[in-house]
Ligand binder design. Sequence first.
Ligand code: FES
Length: 114
Amino acid sequence: MPKVTAQGKTFDCKPGANLRQVLLQNGIDLYNGQSRLINCRGIGTCGTCAVEIEGATSEANWRDRTRRSLPPHSSDRNLRLACQTQVLSDIQVTKYDGFWGQGQTRVWSPRVEG
Ligand code: FES
């Protein structure tokens, strides 16, 4: 079972599990501020579930690539949309600031709650 480490917690998930669902089910603060209430619920259009991931996941699909190519996101950043990402191995997740998680300052890192 892949292990996901985020915001100071480590938990198991099924191979291929949806990262957004895994994070929310384990009480991780995937969304910053009001984006907790205002988000697309995982259809890949709002871009607020962006995180940085270390470890093997599914390839970025077209929804992920398209949304992250639009401001305030940038394709230059090494981020992924959690709702469009399947977990394939042990991974470590970091969240950055900003409504869309597009900022430069970490809100939380894999081993630190923030
Ligand atoms: S929840 Fe909206 S893009 Fe992921």
